[in-house]
Design a protein around this ligand. Structure first.
Ligand code: SF4
Length: 334
């Protein structure tokens, strides 16, 4: 996990158009964009394509980003919803969000050559679920219903896991033994909202146990911290990310809760509505953990055309974490 460092604001790039854009500036969150798990997952698919040739099958979106998915599709990746859509014996990659044991078994039954791109930080939560299920705990999994990661984690111990989708879902929770209850969580939630849910759970179950380590991952919390640092100064925050990307959607919510006067999510710069910029001086820019930085650069170029050429980084952490590729692809890492 990255350590937080003092807020650092400095001019990163300044064009000569200050007169045209007087008072207009961009605050650029750092860290933003690709996390170690996404970087590993995308490279896993690229290396699998190099090694096995197209087509490669990927169960679900490898990461939740339209640009990434469309780019890989052009290279010969076939995205499927379930492994029974994959021809017998073909190569299938499991996405960064993880899969349940039932999905692995389904792939084995069809003799698929499975490569697992599950983020190691998701795998860690799977291990926690298995461990506490073995000890016969009721596991309260805080997360969003229908999200692939939640389905994978819950699938490790379906008899023991109950989904808790936010603070309002707490009242409906029932447990067998109030002294054997633990909460775990999806990795990409709002840190603050999750703590509200935990507080409500603890009011009902005072002996509720905490996870052995944080389940909300370093990348999610670091990106939220950076947004919180800049949002109070922003008339507008633009988050680059896809609508099905949990951590990207959370960044919009965090920006608004932290004082941004408006916040929008866009996949591409072309989705920016010029009306958003009317009367706006300071724009905050960030991106979700599944977003390549080329999309942020496209947004900065567009904003510069509208007079927002002064870009000031807002740095709250330095990230250095790198995950090794799945074993079967390690030799071919670039
Ligand atoms: S957001 Fe966190 S859990 Fe998800 S892939 Fe990135 S590092 Fe892993």
């Amino acid at each position: 996990m990255s350590s937080a460092i003092p807020l650092n604001v400095g001019i990163a790039r300044s064009a000569g158009s200050a007169a045209a854009g007087a008072g207009k500036r961009v605050l650029l969150a750092e860290p933003r964009g690709y996390c170690a798990g996404v970087d590993r997952a995308v490279e896993t698919v690229e290396r699998a394509l190099d090694k096995h040739g197209a087509p490669i099958y990927v169960r679900k979106e490898i990461v939740h980003n339209r640009h990434v998915v469309e780019t890989l599709r052009e290279r010969g990746v076939v995205f499927v919803n379930e492994t029974d859509e994959v021809p017998e014996g073909a190569v299938v990659v499991f996405s960064a969000h993880g899969v349940s044991p039932a999905v692995r078994e389904g792939a084995e039954t069809r003799n698929l050559r499975a490569i697992d791109a599950t983020c190691p930080l998701v795998t860690k939560v799977h291990h926690e679920a298995k461990r506490f299920a073995r000890d016969d705990f009721d596991i309260l999994l805080i997360g969003h219903e229908g999200h692939e990661e939640v389905e994978g984690t819950a699938g490790e111990a379906p008899e023991h896991v109950q989904l808790v989708d936010g603070p309002d879902a707490v009242d409906a929770v029932t447990v067998r033994d109030e002294n054997k209850v633990i909460w775990l969580s999806q990795t990409t939630l709002s840190v603050d909202e999750t703590m509200q849910t935990v507080q409500r759970l603890r009011e009902r179950f005072p002996n509720l146990q905490d996870p052995p380590s944080d389940d909300i991952c370093y990348a999610t919390s670091n990106r939220q911290t950076a947004v919180k640092a800049m949002a109070p100064e922003c008339d507008l925050v633009i988050v680059v990310g896809s609508r099905n990307s949990s951590n990207s959607v959370r960044l919009v919510e965090v920006a608004l809760n932290a004082g941004a006067r408006a916040a929008h999510l866009v996949d591409f710069a072309r989705e920016v509505d010029p009306a958003w910029l009317e009367g706006v001086e300071t724009i905050g820019v960030t991106s979700g953990a599944s977003v390549p930085d080329i999309l942020v650069r496209g947004l900065l170029d567009l904003l510069a055309e509208h007079g927002y050429a002064d870009v000031h980084p807002v740095t709250t952490a330095n990230e250095t974490l790198v995950f090794s590729l799945p074993r079967e692809l390690r030799a071919s890492r670039r």
